[in-house]
Ligand binder design. Structure first.
Ligand code: AMP
Ligand code: MG
Length: 336
């Protein structure tokens, strides 16, 4: 499987004189798919993949030499000078921590590591272990130094994990590369973090499937028809394990240290910028339906689809024409 994924798939074709390039590879711990149409498609796609690698090498928690790993290793001791990429993503994460009353908290890493979801060491930790690690979580301990692009974590053993926001940032960066290469039609998919640029080649909007959180990957419960939008979903089906019939997933409530159980099992955010969509999909998932809806409705240009554990779908008004529910197992709750 890994071997297969690590081979970059590469397709180039030409239709009506418009070059079309499709690439699929494994980066940032996920499957990256790019569909790029236009004269410079090949160059644009190549540059995009290099940029994704570049961001991964700076922000990945799994790469020992990344800026994030170095910063974490110095927690409680000294700060780390960061690239503008990493510095700006940390700053954005703090902004969203404040906006979401701490539902998004990049200092969640000790909790993420303790549970080890998706790794060889995944297990349900004891309450006392969780409480111990929870003491290390708190975005107020991220000390920023704008002038020198330095970040310091105040206390030893604290650590930052940008997993909830880095892919959104990356999608926005890829989009800029495509624009620079005069691409006006493309689909960027970083493991479900999607940006639909322009229209399809036939001039119609992109149709983006919304995953059925109760089925296996690739089964959709509906579609979103969009142009120039980011679509990001946080779901309990992405990474999880099951013990005694109970599902433990990878989106944690920073207040409890347990996987968030506020009734939402999937939060999709439609926005202009993917970094906002990524931050908001994770944080609204943690906030729950009521607070999540309220927050999204208070932000101009941001729309959402929330799916709850009782198979109801809540769609904000701005999406009423673009979202089509196809799976009748779910009931549509309108009028919000
Ligand atoms: P996403 O798939 O964008 O919702 O992000 C989930 C990932 O972000 C997890 O795999 C963790 O690495 C990290 N994470 C989990 N819970 C939180 C949280 N409450 N705040 C910030 N990051 C989180
Ligand atoms: Mg996210």
């Amino acid at each position: 499987m890994l071997l297969l994924l690590s081979i970059s798939i590469f397709l180039t074709s030409c239709k009506n004189n418009i070059k079309s390039v499709e690439k699929e590879t494994y980066l940032m711990g996920t499957i990256v798919q790019l569909k790029v149409y236009g004269r410079n498609a090949e160059k644009a796609a190549e540059e995009s993949l290099n940029r994704i690698s570049d961001i991964e090498s700076k922000m990945s928690i799994n790469i020992e030499t990344s800026e994030i790993s170095k910063l974490n290793a110095k927690a409680g001791i000294s700060g780390e000078k960061l690239s503008q990429d990493t510095y700006s993503v940390i700053k954005k994460a703090i902004e969203y921590s404040k906006l979401t009353e701490g539902a998004l908290d990049a200092t969640i890493e000790p909790i993420v590591k303790l549970w080890g979801i998706g790794s060889d060491t995944e297990r349900v930790p004891s309450k006392s272990e969780i409480d111990e690690k929870l003491k290390l979580v708190g975005y107020n301990d991220i000390v920023l130094d704008d002038k020198n692009s330095m970040v310091k974590l105040r206390r030893t053993s604290q650590a930052i994990d940008l997993g909830a926001i880095a892919k959104g940032y990356t999608a926005d960066e890829v989009r800029q590369i495509l624009v620079k290469n005069k691409i006006s039609s493309a689909l960027i998919n970083l493991g479900g973090n999607v940006y639909a640029m322009g229209n399809k080649l036939d001039g119609t909007k992109w149709n983006i499937g919304v995953q059925n959180p109760l089925s296996t990957r690739g089964e959709y419960l509906g579609t979103l028809s969009v142009t120039n939008k980011s679509i990001v979903t946080s779901g309990n089906y992405e990474r999880y394990f099951i013990v005694d019939g109970k599902r433990y997933h990878h989106i944690f409530d920073p207040k409890t240290g347990y996987p968030s159980e506020k009734g939402i099992i999937s939060a999709t955010i439609v926005s202009d910028n993917s970094i906002d969509g990524d931050a908001l999909s994770t944080s609204t998932y943690v906030m729950g339906l009521e607070k999540g809806l309220k927050l999204v409705e208070s932000i101009k240009g941001v729309e959402a689809i929330f799916i709850t554990v009782d198979k109801k779908i809540y769609v904000t008004t701005g999406l009423k024409d673009s979202f089509k529910l196809t799976d009748k197992e779910f009931t549509y709750e309108k009028g919000r």
